[in-house]
Design a protein around this ligand. Structure first.
Ligand code: GLC
Ligand code: CA
Length: 589
């Protein structure tokens, strides 16, 4: 029996043992589940072009095991997720974007078991894996298309877009149904002799467009998505998503004219069309609502946390981008890429950056922007922003905008060490079909797909065999081994920015407001979360600049430097921040 006097003491003890720890535990687990739910809201996503990352079986091609081999490196860099460009079985006409089996791994890159091991090893390091979802087209070697082309009555016939030509006779194929162009040059229609019709391909001849008016296509792609969720991926990057639908009336597109009224001829020698009948049809929103619902419904037990849908969304305006998030009732993408900032301006223009970053802050209905400056389709940062003299400083400046603005950030393998665009110099060396058709005006995308530069040994440590694309000569100094050893390297700059993005709550989630808005040389902004305020200044010029960021709202006697360009001085005061050529300053108020 417990005496009356002991009762309160026991009660307090019980409270301490059972109730208090319980409260702490549940607060912790609330936080964990919020982290799992919201992981993508300031995510750092790293794109790997698998063919070029690391070869482990000496065939000159990167592979899945090559990604697994470098997970410690990626963990050290600080990323949250890897998006792997297509690694499915493929004839490789467009290096994986022509898929012949959506539910397997290309034997050149490994096996499904290798893939499962990658997912498991990545999870140990808290790194998530995302796949590429190519729904606009398959390969012409996919069994769906092989069936489809057999006869007009084949059950797969209406899985693709088939039409009669114009003026066709029993002996003559006539002309394509209209003037639509392939992104990769020439007519988007290919004659198929067996059934004497044309099929539509927005991209390469070996990439026939699937028919999104067919409900079976919708089911097929939802099924593919579930297949990869079962293998533990956490989301997808939707390829060429704005091109799913075309004008059902097959009307010609208008030609694009220059200021003198002459039709513009593109790099392939074709009369340029305006793309208005082959892109941006509103049904894409319905498809994404459907895909999002299927994605949300699938349990995320292999890697707990929200499944995330990223979009390759080159759209003309910020309002078009806003629509791709959908509505709270009918959500679409979590993260449609904002290509306006990082891939739309392509020169250091302070006013343009200020406008576009502010738009991402104010015109996306509070949704999370996904900023991206680089990928496997565009010349690397040196070619678009570099001046040949200050390239590393310029890459510091670009990456500061990438990681220090609000939202999620996406970058491309090799950016973190400053890999340089290295296009082929002879037509016979070109691998990309874009360059093969477009040479010499359009050299294709090989220049931004060269092997990852790991060290200064033969082939930059990428492969013991001849690499599928040549290693740029700059690998002797631009490589992971040299840069991880040098505290002032670009690698360490990326690492520090990512760490700030992950650990400083103003940078992780705070508001993003422009400062010093009339300055035409320096872009400055403030990130604020309650009392925690961080200012960022980036010099867009090769001349030293000094800025004064104090305003009635933003004042501080002292600033604590969080990060600054190598060699920069600590400002005594917010009203006098000195920046070297393309210099960066990040400080806490
Ligand atoms: C996307 C890809 C590009 C590919 C095209 C066709 O734009 O990023 O690499 O060639 O779609 O799939
Ligand atoms: Ca290999």
């Amino acid at each position: 029996m417990i005496t009356k006097s002991l009762r309160p003491i026991l009660f307090v003890m019980a409270f301490m043992f059972f109730v208090l720890p319980g409260t702490n535990l549940s607060a912790q687990s609330d936080k964990d589940s919020a982290n799992l739910k919201d992981w993508w809201k300031n995510a750092v996503i790293y794109e790997i072009y698998p063919r070029s990352f690391q070869d482990t079986n000496n065939d000159g091609l990167g592979d899945i095991n090559g990604i697994t081999a470098h997970l410690d490196y990626l963990h050290e860099l600080g990323i949250d997720a890897i998006w792997i460009s297509p690694c499915y079985p493929s004839p490789q006409a467009d290096f994986g974007y022509d898929i012949s089996d959506y539910k397997n791994i290309d034997p050149a890159y490994g096996t499904l078991a290798d893939f499962d091991r990658l997912v498991a090893e990545a999870k140990k390091r808290n790194i998530r894996i995302m796949m590429d979802m190519v729904m606009n087209h398959s390969s012409d070697k996919h069994k769906w298309f092989e069936e489809s082309r057999k006869s007009k009555t084949n059950p797969y016939r209406d899985w693709y877009v088939w039409h009669d030509g114009k003026g066709e006779t029993a002996t003559d194929k006539g002309q394509p149904p209209n003037n639509w162009l392939s992104e990769f040059g020439h007519s988007a229609w290919e004659w198929d002799e067996t059934t004497r019709q044309y099929y539509y391909h927005k991209f390469y001849i070996g990439q026939p467009d699937v028919n999104w008016d067919n409900p079976k296509i919708h089911d097929a792609f939802k099924d593919i998505m579930r297949f990869w969720y079962k293998h533990g991926v956490v989301g997808f990057r939707f390829d060429a998503i704005t091109t799913l639908y075309e004008d059902p009336k097959l009307e010609d597109e208008e030609y694009v004219k220059d200021k003198d009224g002459n039709i513009v001829i593109n790099a392939y020698g074709d009369k340029t069309t305006d793309g208005k009948k082959t892109e941006f049809y509103p049904q894409v929103h319905d498809v994404m609502v459907e895909m999002r619902k299927a994605s949300d419904e699938f349990p995320s037990n292999k890697f707990p946390g929200t499944h995330v849908l990223v979009g390759e969304t080159y759209v003309p305006t910020i309002n078009d981008l806003a629509k791709l998030y959908g509505t709270p009732e009918k959500p679409e993408f979590h993260l449609p890429m904002d290509t306006q900032i990082g891939l739309g301006i392509n020169k250091f223009d302070v006013a343009a950056f200020r406008t576009r970053i502010s738009e991402a802050e104010t015109k996306l209905n509070g949704n999370i922007p996904l900023i991206v400056f680089d990928n496997h389709d565009n010349p690397r940062l040196d070619a678009r922003f570099g001046d040949g003299v200050h390239d590393t400083d310029i890459q510091r400046a670009v990456s500061t905008i990438l990681f220090m603005t609000r939202g999620a950030s996406l970058f491309y393998y090799g950016d973190e060490i400053g890999m340089k665009t290295t296009p082929p110099t002879r037509k016979e060396d070109v691998k990309d079909p874009v360059g093969v058709t477009g040479w010499p005006k359009e050299k294709g995308r090989d220049g931004e797909r060269t092997p990852m530069q790991w060290d200064d040994s033969k082939n930059a440590g990428f492969s013991n065999a001849a690499p599928w694309l040549p290693v740029p000569p700059s690998y002797t100094s631009i490589n992971v081994k040299a840069e991880t050893a040098d505290p002032n390297s670009l690698f360490h700059w990326y690492q520090k920015l990512i760490e700030l993005k992950k650990t400083n709550d103003a940078i992780a989630h705070g508001d993003n407001v422009m400062l010093d808005q009339s300055n035409t040389n320096v872009l400055s902004w403030i990130r604020a979360s309650g009392p925690n305020r961080v200012v960022i200044s980036v010099n867009f010029t090769a001349q030293p600049q000094t800025v004064n960021l104090s305003t009635p709202d933003v004042q501080a006697k002292s600033l604590k430097t969080l990060l600054k360009s190598p060699g920069a001085t600590d400002p005594g005061n917010i009203s006098h921040i000195e920046l070297g050529p393309f210099g960066v300053y990040i400080g806490q108020l």
